[in-house]
Design a protein. Sequence first.
Lengths: 328, 357
Amino acid sequence: MSESSVTKPAPVRRKLSAGPLSRGDKWFFRTTSIAANFAFVLVAFILIFLFLQAAPALSSQGLPFITGSIWDSSADPIIMQIGPMIWGSVLIGAVGVVIATPLSISLAYLIVYMLPNRLASLATNLVDLLAALPSVIIGLWGLFVFSPVAAEWGATLNTYLGWFPLFNVSSADNGFGGSPFIAGWIVAIMIVPIITSITREVFSQLDRDLINGALALGGSRLSTLRRVILPTSSGAIVGGILLGLGRALGETVAIFYVLQLTFEINWGQILEPKGGAVASMILAKFGEATAAEVSGLMASGLVLFVITLIINFVASVIVNRAQPWRKN
Amino acid sequence: MSFEPRPTVQPWARVNKSRRAEIIFAALVPLAIAIALIAFGFDRNLTLVGVFLPIQVVSASVVGYRAFGRRGVGDAALIVFVFFLASFVLVLLASVVTSLVTQGSKALSWSFVTQNNIYVSNTTSLDYGGVGHAIVGTLMIVGLTTLVTVPLGIAMAIYLTQSQSKIKNLVRTLTQAISGLPSVVAGLFVFSMVLTFSWEKSGIMGSMALLPLMLPTVARVAEEALRLVPVDLRYAALALGAPNYRAFFQVILPAAKSGIITAILLGVARIIGETAPLLLTVPINNGTSWNIFSGSIMTLPAYIYGYLSSLFSTSQNRAWGGALVLMIIVAVLFTTTRILSRPKSMKSKPTKQKASK
């Protein structure tokens, strides 16, 4: 008995696999996976076509394209450098995020932990409505209604906190319109719904036992928020902020109307009517652009796309990791 | 020592009567001070932030201290700040909506919605000319995008919920990353294709530029909708011998119908106001055009954009009117999604606390 078992080799472990059984299923799954891979194709196409058209400008301008701060279409050879625009986008995005984060966390806290159900769903709907507002409408409102008010805020800030470098201006005679401060507010209004919805979701999915435990130990609302709620949900909140930052960098039309575009780097005087934004610059220059300038604009778009894609990708990874209940 | 009946203590009642009066008092005093100061001509913003907010925090803290001791102080400050910041957002939203309605209603009339913009100059009275041509163009361009994007997005959602693929998470992450695609880049992308293949700018190019903006929204919301369908339904269908595609079309899709419609409507709402891609890829037109495959065609966002920076007040009114029309379309779409996604039975109250883990 033992000899026979030695001579016979143990059977190879079979791999169990269940493929689609019918032809219809095969096509069904093939179609869906083609559709899913379209996401990769789309990103690749955007990169390829933008690069094709941007190549002349990139090769003629070189590295100063993103570091320099001159745009002279009448010079020969043409000079195109978008340093101030990139920095301006970052500055506006930072101002927007700094304004939007406390607003969003307050809203999410209010909705999840303080309001009764009916009011909470009303507030959720209002925030979603804010997200549905087209940016051209925000731009219209920003130009005619909000800018004068925000300029007034800027003047007040400058009067009382002008000693602080951030709120300093070279001369109050220039007025306070068209500043990165105002553009930052506009951007903040557009990213509040993004950060709020992610924060709200993670707040509402928090383990209630954690919170009840903290309350049972004698914690107050404040200490529960600081020691329990915020630390456990910080990952998702950071992801939401990054998603908002990505949106802020790409915001085009709304900023176009409220910002004074200047090809001169404004390092941090956010009340100065002098700023930049890559996306708005593309829109502003597109109408009367020569062929060489169009190539420069394509290169600007490529730079913007790469920056926002990286930020959004990192943000999505963080958000997905912080929301394990979304995976199936 | 006589026996006294104990007062009925309700430990769960946070607020008793005298406390309630205290709270109302604490809420009204800072408001009264602020209104008085503004009435006397102090700076509005400074009063709000520099006087009203600190007094409100102090008065709330006093109430909190009397009710809960030291831990009430921090709570009171937290509640005041949360309410202040959250209501600030709502004030901004209200400001957008009210200014749209008040300014836009000046231009809005039946002729404004139906007429086109031929023979309209900056000084033409608001009785003539309108956004009819822009509505037609927007509906056609957005409609074409929707026709292409919806099957694609739903197929993506099926892949994300039903396949066993290993790169599923990567696809999901990438889709979410694309949802942050700057709209001007989408426009530039299509314009670069126009340049590369020497095509012609037209309505269909605008549709192409809107596709990458709509796709992630449709895919993500449809994925959520499909995920809400209990997986047992699918298994039951498969166990009865249905192939996967019939299980999807006859069981899952009908069950997720309202969620899918929500996905479509949210996608449309996302792109209907997109301006930059259309400015870059669609030539504008003052007349009505029914042809999106060649020639110029007008869209609502482009109409608003064109009149926005004008110095003439009638032209600005036209911009507001166009914006109001756009907002009404968005609001209708939005309200429909809310009605569709409302929980079916109102008897089982939706609890905020879902089962964790």
